[in-house]
Design a binder for this molecule. Structure first.
Ligand SMILES: Cc1cc2nc3c(=O)[nH]c(=O)nc-3n(C[C@H](O)[C@H](O)[C@H](O)COP(=O)(O)O)c2cc1C
Length: 143
């Protein structure tokens, strides 16, 4: 059974809702899913997984959350993650998704295999948003 790690930061729960929907769908499709907030994660949660999904909302000014997610991503970038299948997701409010475009570029430079475009959802995911999360979970499972 392939292992998926879903590692997220969420201040007000929107990105956490996305993480839960992605995890549930991936698990139903047969992946062994390990979902955790980034403060509970260490680099082995990434290195030991077959597939990784990272979630973080747009914070700062179109940036990753700086106290926990940014240091974790910086740490992971130093590791050998070339070829690792990965998906990115997160919630935003008023911006144009620039934080996600920048995050995708960073991960591509680290050599990861982004298996889909970063999934961004404005504010709290509605039913349509949750369906998009479930689709991503299924896509991860079919990878
Ligand atoms: C300090 C702070 C900075 C934010 N900066 C941005 C931003 O630059 N662009 C944007 O679209 N939304 C920004 N937001 C809005 C959040 O991305 C949005 O509320 C999101 O749904 C929060 O997700 P969460 O519930 O997972 O924490 C910011 C929110 C906070 C609290």
């Amino acid at each position: 059974m392939k292992k998926l790690s879903v590692i997220y930061w969420s201040g007000t729960g929107n990105t956490q809702m996305m993480a839960s929907a992605i995890s549930k769908a991936a698990s139903e499709e047969g992946l062994e899913v390990n979902v955790m907030s980034v403060d509970k994660a260490d680099k082995n949660a990434v290195l030991d997984a077959d597939i990784v999904a990272f979630g973080c909302p747009s914070m700062g000014a179109e940036q990753l959350e700086e106290a926990e997610m940014e240091p974790f991503i910086s740490e992971i970038e130093q590791e050998n993650i070339a070829g690792k299948p990965m998906a990115l997701f997160g919630s935003y409010e008023w911006g144009d998704g620039q934080w996600m475009a920048d995050w995708e570029d960073r991960m591509k430079k680290a050599g990861v295999n982004l298996i889909d475009k970063g999934l961004i959802i404005q504010s709290t995911p509605d039913n349509d948003g949750l369906e998009r999360c479930e689709e991503l979970g299924k896509k991860l499972a079919s990878y």
